[in-house]
Design a protein around this ligand. Structure first.
Ligand SMILES: C[S@@+](CC[C@H](N)C(=O)[O-])C[C@H]1O[C@@H](n2cnc3c(N)ncnc32)[C@H](O)[C@@H]1O
Length: 246
């Protein structure tokens, strides 16, 4: 997998190509595209069931079952079948919006992309830049993980919370976990692109995480073969049922 510090990253998603412009000179980490977001996006692309082919109104032939057959061999079919039911989604620390835009293209159409105020110009620039591909102005909102009013104003719960490369400061690990817990519904899911950035933040985040969530690490062989590398992981987090919480 090749990453580039080129100002523009191209991310192919199904038959579209997202073009994301970075501002590597900025002092904010959110104005760069971090590789975990691409790993997460391409994992989801790999396993999200394709849209059913349009069926003729007059005939229903055996081809219409091909997706069902595919889904039988797809361990993530239910989790990532964004089209079959309405799913409200939110991305935390979206940065330039790579993962959020990709998952929108994969069917997560009711999604709000969030980050801190100084990152909003880079996010909005990239949403505008990709408008011809997205065909829609995606929703954005300023959200600091420790701001309860901002969290409440987003009207949780959400069925899907996505986040990529957001665990790198020990002090904010608690806030991030708190925000995830408040935002995700009891039967919802957090899709987390992860890379170890700080041993302290890592330790605290996972200690707290296992108290609140059932943690599933996606095997590396399930990641997209062209978008994976040793240090990057995708995790699927589901809230522990109340009686299971330690
Ligand atoms: C390493 S960047 C990852 C950006 C993007 N997810 C990606 O993978 O390209 C971490 C992101 O988390 C955001 N972030 C950090 N601390 C935050 C906080 N306390 N509240 C909200 N967002 C925060 C940053 O602004 C930044 O956009």
């Amino acid at each position: 997998m090749k990453f580039t510090d080129s100002p523009v990253i191209e991310l192919p998603i199904r038959d579209a190509v997202l073009s994301i412009q970075q501002d590597n000179g900025s002092m904010h980490v959110g104005t760069s595209v971090w590789p975990c977001s691409l790993v997460l996006a391409k994992f989801v692309e790999r396993w999200t069931p394709p849209l059913p082919a349009p069926t003729s109104t007059s005939t229903s032939n055996s081809n219409s079952n091909s997706n069902i057959n595919n889904n039988d061999n797809n361990p993530y079919a239910d989790l990532l079948d964004f089209r079959s039911e309405r799913r409200r989604a939110i991305e935390l620390g979206t940065g330039c919006g790579a993962a959020g835009m990709a998952l929108y293209l994969l069917g997560l159409v009711d999604i709000v992309l969030t980050d801190i105020s100084p990152v909003m110009p880079a996010l909005k620039h990239n949403l505008k830049r990709n408008k011809p591909v997205l065909n829609k102005a995606l929703k954005t909102s300023v959200l600091y993980w420790n701001n309860r009013d901002q969290i409440r104003s987003l009207n949780p719960p959400f069925d899907v919370v996505i986040a990529a490369d957001v665990v790198y400061i020990e002090e904010s690990a608690v806030q991030l976990l708190g925000a995830m817990e408040e935002l995700v519904s009891d039967d919802g899911v957090v899709l987390l692109g992860y890379q170890l950035r700080s041993p302290e933040a890592h330790k605290l985040f996972w200690e707290l995480c296992e108290k609140a969530f059932v943690i599933e690490k996606v095997p590396h062989e399930d990641l997209h073969p062209d978008y994976c590398y040793e240090e990057a992981d995708v995790y699927i987090l589901k809230k522990k049922k109340k009686e299971n919480v330690d």
